[in-house]
Design a binder for this molecule. Structure first.
Ligand code: GRF
Length: 216
């Protein structure tokens, strides 16, 4: 692993996770260098956050392409021009083709607002409340071809409180996302985290299937 780890971030929206990542790289000893932020939406607020931080941005509008494969091919070419060691999905609202996922195997991370494997897909906070769960949270995982199903790196677990709504829960989970995503990215950049043949390897040892668990 080089002294600096080039990271490309893909997003479609607000970019609060991007902002947390940017803030974390301001620590003088961070090996993470956010090389570029790419969005499929020109109006994504995250692009402005990147520009404010002096980070290169690019927009690739999926509606201009004839199908998922064609878009993903163009996206890969754009990403690879920045020569990232790590690709970070931060609210990128596109399903990725198998070709894309395989191309970035072992160097593609995602964050999901639930304690995976619970509540893959959308409306996770609502679903956790409807199920009467006492705990909820978020997960960072390596991306594989199974949607929201790749090997777990770290989860933040929070208690569900009486009176919680999907909005209050989302708010507290989001705050946790901003802690664990920069942490996982840093672990990768430091060479402590990698995807091995049998699963996630951390500090040279196989990581338990649920990944690290951080409770608050
Ligand atoms: C987060 O909730 C994340 O878990 C999901 O997309 C959302 C992105 O939020 N993958 P933001 O744009 O980083 O604020």
């Amino acid at each position: 692993m080089p002294a600096t780890c080039n990271v490309v971030v893909l997003l479609s929206g607000t970019g609060s996770n991007l902002q947390a990542l940017i803030d974390s790289t301001r620590a003088g000893d961070s090996p993470v260098r956010i090389r570029a932020v790419i969005s499929n939406r020109a109006d994504a607020l995250g692009l402005q956050k990147a520009q404010d931080a002096g980070i290169d941005t690019a927009v690739l509008d999926h509606r201009q392409f004839d199908g998922r494969e064609a878009f993903d091919r163009a996206l890969m070419a754009l990403i690879d021009d920045f020569e990232p060691q790590l690709l970070v999905l931060a609210g990128f609202m596109r399903i990725l083709s198998a070709t894309f996922v395989r191309h970035y195997h072992g160097r593609l991370l995602n964050i999901h607002p639930s304690l995976l494997p619970k509540y893959k897909g959308l409306h996770t906070h609502q679903r956790a409340l409807e199920a009467g769960d006492s705990e909820h949270g978020c997960s960072v995982h390596f991306v594989t071809e199974e949607l929201d199903g790749g090997p777990l790196v770290v989860q933040a677990v929070i208690p569900v409180q009486s009176g919680d709504t999907p909005q209050t829960l989302a708010h507290r989970v989001h705050a946790q996302e901003h802690q664990i995503y920069p942490l996982a990215v840093r672990w990768f950049a430091e060479g402590r985290l990698r995807l091995g043949q049998q699963g996630v390897v951390f500090d040279g040892q196989p990581l338990a299937v649920g990944g690290h668990s951080i409770r608050s």
